[in-house]
Design a protein around this ligand. Sequence first.
Ligand code: 5GP
Ligand code: MG
Length: 192
Amino acid sequence: MSEKFPNSLGGKYLKEVLFTELEVKKRLGEMVFEIARDCRGEEVVIVGILKGSFMFLSDLVKFLYIQDIHPYIDFMVLSSYASSTKSSGKVKLDRDITTPLGGKWVLLIDDILDTGRTLSFAKTYLYQSDPKEIKTCVFLDKPSRRIANIEADYHCFEIEDKFVVGYGLDWNNRFRNLPYVAVIDESKLPAE
Ligand code: 5GP
Ligand code: MG
């Protein structure tokens, strides 16, 4: 077992650790500092896109707390990927937020910006509720895969076109619990 895999998953389903738990926390702290600077004095609403954003959002709001920023928090459920590593290209709203956004500074959060369809759909949808401004924030950015015309206002890391898991990101709803980000070995995964 490699030093970077602190459990039995290393070498079995996972090929490589891209960002360790410590690297993630360090970069997140820096990014939250920028966010705090931009939203201080605003009424802030954080909207997380489930399920992938749950762990990133949870750590992010704890860092915001340290910055004395105490947002409303809500979630929307969108689906774009069925159960594989290929995108279906369609985005569907499965659950809406209930927090009013009128006049508020909204931080829209997702795990990863890939083709951009999900974030683009969510941003357009939320603008219908008349917020003051919507800023987008993703944990990872894969710019080489972009189809929709969207960039994130804040991101932690840019990555190459590799399918990654951990820190909320899943393969078939597995591996979301990893506190680090790893590249999956698709040849070792059970056939769907
Ligand atoms: P987009 O709409 O930008 O193409 O895709 C966004 C969604 O696709 C993400 O929220 C995530 O669920 C999924 N996705 C894209 N790339 C990856 C990846 O490398 N790993 C995992 N686990 N999910 C991904
Ligand atoms: Mg997903």
